[in-house]
Design a protein around this ligand. Structure first.
Ligand code: AAL
Length: 429
């Protein structure tokens, strides 16, 4: 008996020592040989070797390890629009904050903030019933159409300011369009006081029509209310931006709130509804984007992508949320369009296969300086599309002429600080 136990023990020990390790070491989890050096040709997939956090991020955070192959990276190109008059940019006419562009009746449509006042903006203290406090004060929503997206024909007013005390009596601005079950809805900021009295405070209102040419019927109620006292969106609901997803209206918006030094912080929230006239439910995870300003979004694959620029740690990024709520940075870009309003062909079809965008309108603000503040509409083009492969848009380098850099010159205080630093060094010689 003892002999049998010894022999079977010997067989067991022998078989274990000869067996290839059944539990692979952590470095061979994918059964490819571990690399000693990062390869000379950039791997398209994460290589099997210990990696730094930057290299983990390269493969985990971005759709591709190089911007040239990153579907959510693009440069942005700009083209001056034809068809709009600005009184030589004397500050009495301003057009800004365009809506998404839609294509109906064989042409493009866009709506935007239109201000035409006897003077340029004069600030809240000097504002009156005819003198604007800000570039978007005493404004209306106008619209224009285009056959080609470059030359536009201004059609006139779409949404007038209603009579006091209706929502938006002071100014109706910063609109966006929703097409839902064959009807059209324009959401916009409805100011009840001159912007700047306390802050840039307003809720969101909505008007609707059977045609993109109007006439528009105002709902005359607040459709996206300000948040409760002390909430991040207590004072302003800006830049309403509706899309259709999961059979609902997903309306993204921005709010201005403050930091510990009473300086502006801007982030984006989400409110959803089954009916364009509400009620809208704000997402419990709001804010859902931690940066940005007039943030524009578009369906991409099963998720949604966002152009996040201007404000916050993650300005100049293109972000993606597979679940339409939790956004991650997908690409970093520059010269991103201000108040981008893309042409989003699949904005309202509840797609699960978003195709992306290639162009839209945006605005340039403060064209003539603070004393004649006015803004103008512009066209941008990009390749954030799964159906286009424009390699010129995928190059990360935007080459600027030296004068672009020289315009970002030092001011008097900065020069004085530098001179003092040099003098201190010299005194120590
Ligand atoms: C814009 C938008 C909103 C603000 C003001 C006009 O860029 O964020 O519309 O209220 O500035």
């Amino acid at each position: 008996m003892r002999k049998i136990i010894c022999v079977s023990l010997l067989i067991t020990l022998f078989s274990c020592s000869n067996q290839k390790e059944t539990v692979p070491s952590e470095m061979e989890t994918n059964h490819t040989p571990q690399l000693k050096h990062f390869p000379q040709q950039l791997p398209l997939e994460k290589p099997n070797k210990p990696l730094s956090s930057a290299l983990h991020r390269l493969y985990d955070a971005y759709p591709a390890p190089k911007p040239q192959n990153n579907e959510l990276f693009s440069q942005f190109k700009y083209t001056e629009l034809k068809g709009f008059d600005y009184n030589n940019h004397d500050g009495t006419i301003s057009r800004r904050d365009p809506s998404k562009v839609i294509f109906e009746n064989g042409k493009y449509y866009v709506w935007y903030t239109h201000r035409e006042t006897p003077t340029p903006p004069q600030g809240a203290k000097k504002s009156t019933d005819i003198i604007p406090s800000a570039d978007w004060d005493l404004a209306e929503i106008w619209y224009a159409t285009s056959e080609d997206g470059f030359t536009w024909k201004e059609q006139g007013v779409a949404i007038k300011r209603p009579k006091k005390p209706l929502v938006g009596w002071r100014s109706v601005t910063t609109t966006d369009i929703l097409k839902w079950k064959g009807k059209y809805y324009l959401y916009y900021q409805g100011f009840m006081e001159a912007s700047g009295k306390r802050g840039d405070d307003c809720p969101v209102a909505v008007s609707y029509s059977d045609s993109p040419n109007g006439p528009w019927t105002p709902y005359n109620k607040i459709v996206i209310p300000n948040g409760p006292k002390g909430a991040w969106d207590q004072y302003s609901i800006h830049d309403p931006y509706p899309l259709v997803h999961n059979g609902k209206i997903y309306l993204y918006y921005k709010s201005d709130f403050i930091d510990e030094n009473n300086k502006w912080v801007r982030m984006q929230g989400l409110a959803t509804a089954n009916n364009p006239l509400g009620p809208f439910t704000k997402h419990p995870l709001n804010p859902v984007i931690n940066s940005g300003h007039e943030t524009s979004l578009f369906p991409f694959k099963e998720g949604v992508a966002a152009l996040v620029y201007k404000d916050g740690n993650e300005h100049n990024t293109i972000q993606y949320a597979k679940d339409w709520v939790n956004f991650e940075i997908a690409a970093i870009s520059e010269l991103m369009p201000y108040a981008a309003a893309p042409f989003v062909p699949d904005a309202f079809i509840d797609t699960k296969d978003g195709r992306g965008i290639t162009w839209g309108l945006a605005h340039f603000i403060n064209i003539s300086g603070w004393s004649k503040f006015n803004s103008k509409l512009v066209r941008f083009d990009c390749d954030l599309s799964r159906d286009v492969n424009d390699h010129r848009m995928k190059e990360p380098r935007v080459i600027h002429k030296p004068d672009v850099y020289y315009r970002q010159g030092l001011n008097k205080e900065q020069r004085e600080r530098i001179a003092k630093e040099t003098a201190t060094l010299k005194s120590k010689k």
